[in-house]
Design a protein around this ligand. Structure first.
Ligand SMILES: C[S@@+](CC[C@H](N)C(=O)[O-])C[C@H]1O[C@@H](n2cnc3c(N)ncnc32)[C@H](O)[C@@H]1O
Length: 212
């Protein structure tokens, strides 16, 4: 049963505004950990999902789920037998995530640095540039390891180009820009070097750049 898969669509304007207000409150408390003033727009969520092979993926991970906007999009697209493991460190957000009633969802209330297992895709909203550098390095290292066996995909959004050098230490990547988000976001679709998938599949793109 997936009672909450349509949660975003079913939310009232009041609920949406109240969620956005609580997100903003968390941002004011810890801006460097949260990294954005508003949750992802539907356009950004769609772009984050665009390169994942939903037919075959059985093990997915989300890093930095906050109140679960992207989480509900992932749950909607996932196979019924797939699992989604989310990592989120803010207790206020973890409490909201625990309201999602979906047996495929596994919530880890500790840092994404401790990500383990073997996965098909990792979708990350972590603010790589404002987190302590050692944390970002550990997260990317753990992600690369967790994707090795399945030649998986790492998808990351950022609001500036500043994380590009860091991403290049771990992956090859392709970038798209989503203008319909506050602020406009860059989505990096990343693969392991020497992966059999030589380049990430292209999705509908407004602007694209690639780098290996
Ligand atoms: C940009 S917000 C997430 C936005 C959300 N995914 C969305 O789509 O609206 C980044 C999130 O990463 C979380 N975070 C920061 N450092 C983390 C870490 N080391 N491990 C897990 N989550 C972390 C923050 O608490 C915050 O909720």
């Amino acid at each position: 049963m997936r009672p909450d898969a349509n949660r975003v669509g079913a939310m009232s304007v009041f609920q949406t505004l109240s969620r956005q207000a609580s997100y903003l409150r968390e941002f004011v408390r810890t801006p460097r950990e949260i990294g954005s003033v508003l949750p992802s727009s539907r356009y950004l969520c769609r772009e984050m999902l665009a390169a994942v092979d939903w037919e075959s993926a059985t093990s997915l991970v989300e890093l930095g789920a906050a109140e679960g906007v992207l989480t509900t999009w992932i749950l909607k697209r996932m196979r019924p037998d797939a699992t989604l493991t989310v990592y989120e460190i803010r207790p206020e957000f973890v409490r909201v995530l625990r309201e999602i009633q979906d047996p495929r969802l596994i919530i880890c209330d500790h840092s994404a640095e401790f990500l383990s297992g073997s996965h098909d895709a990792i979708l990350s909203s972590l603010p790589l540039v404002t987190l302590p550098r050692r944390v970002s390095l550990r997260v990317l290292g753990a992600s690369r390891k967790a994707l090795q066996e399945k030649h998986g995909l790492f998808v990351q959004y950022q609001y500036s180009r500043l994380a590009e050098r860091l991403l290049s230490r771990f992956f090859t990547w392709r970038k798209t820009i989503v203008l319909r988000n506050i602020p406009p976001a860059r989505v990096y679709t990343c693969r392991l070097r020497n992966s059999p998938h030589d380049a990430p599949p292209a999705a509908s793109r407004r602007k694209e750049a690639s780098r290996t």
